[in-house]
Design a protein. Structure first.
Length: 279
């Protein structure tokens, strides 16, 4: 009997241990959920500068930084006189002038555009009929200052255009830029010729077949005009202007030849809108 009681107590102890183990398992602390994987914040891309309106590619002959500087000079000149409508320069520096335009072609012949005072060589001016944004031919007039009047300064107004009479200087002085309020126009010098003047009741006029001062040309007359140029040009530049192409005509006097005018005709080869950041 004693032996049976002892076995009974042993079995009861084993059951109790199992129950306590089961109770401990149920009362274990709950496991923490796995930590969420936090992605590294994505890097904010660096702000890129606003795209410029300058086209790509810019022609090799055009220094865009210099053009911007010239445009700012144009705006300053326009603030002085609102009849400053354009800014003309050869990329070589041969000529660089603000260009005025009034309601006639006589106002600025002997007037300084800056203060409207008298000046014998006046100001460079665009033909009063011209709309530089739409016309086929833009005409700009500038005085030639005779050497006897200004022997030490041969840079006044359009005086340096006389150098274009020498074919040797052509390669370095063939590219021209005209800046307006909204556009940059690039040109290549195509023709240099002397235009004889004809005396009429209305004053001295260009010869009938050399009408350089028309703002637009019909096809028939343009063929006649370019043929006449080829017969009188000082040398062959190798550049031709086709019917309908836009051009720039620069007119000045010739030393000791008051009966003629020197004309430089340039072919438009490039156009660019003025970028907003230049304004």
């Amino acid at each position: 009997m004693k032996k049976g009681a002892k076995l009974l107590l042993t079995a009861a102890a084993a059951v109790l241990i199992c129950l306590l183990g089961l109770l401990a398992w149920h009362l274990r602390p709950a496991k923490s959920p796995p930590a969420a994987v936090t992605a590294e914040p994505a890097e904010t891309p660096a702000e890129t500068p606003a795209e410029t309106a300058v086209p790509e590619p810019v022609p090799d002959w055009l220094d865009i930084a210099a053009a911007e500087g010239k445009y700012r000079l144009f705006r300053q000149d326009h603030d002085i006189n609102n009849e400053v409508k354009a800014y003309l320069y050869f990329t070589s520096g041969l000529v660089e002038q603000p260009v005025v335009q009034s309601s006639d072609n006589s106002k600025y012949l002997t007037v300084n555009w800056e203060d409207m005072s008298y000046r014998s060589y006046g100001s460079a001016f665009m033909d009063y009929r011209n709309n530089p944004e739409t016309d086929e031919n833009i005409i700009i007039y500038g005085h030639y200052v005779y050497e006897r009047r200004s022997p030490y300064d041969r840079t006044l107004m359009f005086t340096p255009l006389a150098l274009l009479r020498d074919e040797a200087v052509y390669p370095d002085n063939r590219m021209v830029v005209l800046l307006t309020e909204d556009h940059l126009y690039g040109y290549e010098l195509a023709y240099v010729y002397d235009c004889p003047l004809v005396h009429t009741e209305y004053g001295d006029m260009a010869r009938d077949d050399l009408q350089f001062n028309l703002t637009d040309y019909d096809s028939d007359y343009f063929a006649e005009y370019t043929a006449a140029i080829e017969g009188t040009q000082l040398y062959d530049t190798g550049v031709e202007i086709a019917d309908g192409e836009r051009m720039l005509s620069l007119q000045t006097c010739i030393e000791w030849h008051e009966e003629s005018r020197q004309i430089a005709v340039c072919r438009q080869i490039f156009t660019m809108d003025i970028p907003e950041e230049w304004r």
